[in-house]
Design a protein. Structure first.
Length: 232
């Protein structure tokens, strides 16, 4: 956690923390997924998302404002790739990842939809956006590791952000929004790519991150850049 707080881009540490603390939460979450008809349908398809999401040419050809085009623009702007997140997750070689089974497919899907969740929820990749998104994620999937990172991230940001930014309230809003929304993991990612982002958000009941945007306003009013707060 100290390494992650020192550098939020050190994504490898996220996987260490989650593996250490999440216990059986992923198995329980997978069981919940498999009790739904959409979950069973997604498992039957067994789509592997990174090659699809990293093929930006067809995504750019989609309509302006679509999920796919917005995602491609976001990933290019941030210098990210789905394959890069896969590589980070495999750096520490957890033994459970060698198991070829349905749970591994589900764990990969949780990983591979993380950056898509940025697009769908409206949370950016600044430290506060990442922490709030993890609060959202915890409400959807559980896991003590995810909750711990969200809490500690918010705690660290609050040390340097102005009080008016209400950092803890932003994290709580992320948790509330995650609880209110339909489970994004159950969405057919390939199906929603060409659709308008706002339509998909409405269908999934994803509320706008109002306090997150207000926090950015408060941080800027204090003469700071929201994307530089607790950057390192």
């Amino acid at each position: 956690m100290q390494r992650l707080l020192a550098d939020k881009e050190d994504t490898e540490q996220v996987f260490h923390i989650i593996e250490a603390l999440n216990g059986k939460s992923t198995l329980k979450d997978f069981d919940r997924f498999m009790k739904t008809s959409v979950g069973k349908a997604q498992l039957a398809k067994r789509a592997y998302l990174p090659p699809i999401l990293d093929n930006h040419e067809p995504l750019h050809a989609m309509p302006e404002g679509s999920v796919g085009r917005t995602y491609a623009e976001f990933m290019e702007r941030e210098g990210l790739s789905a394959a890069g997140l896969v590589a980070e997750s495999e750096k520490h070689g957890a033994s459970w990842r060698n198991i070829e089974d349905d749970l591994l497919w589900y764990g990969n899907r949780l990983r591979d939809t993380h950056d898509m969740m940025h697009i769908l929820t409206g949370y950016g990749r600044d430290a506060l956006g990442e922490a709030a998104l993890l609060g959202f994620t915890h409400s959807q999937h559980g896991g003590a590791g995810v909750s711990f990172i969200a809490f500690m991230g918010g705690r660290q940001i609050a040390k340097s952000a102005p009080k008016e930014a209400r950092i803890r309230s932003v994290i709580r809003e992320g948790r509330r929004n995650g609880k209110a929304a339909r489970r994004i993991i159950e969405a057919d990612i390939q199906e929603i790519l060409p659709r308008q982002l706002e339509d998909v958000r409405a269908e999934l009941n994803i509320r706008p991150p109002v306090l997150y945007h207000k926090a950015h306003e408060a941080i800027r009013a204090a003469g700071m850049d929201p994307y530089e707060v607790n950057k390192n």
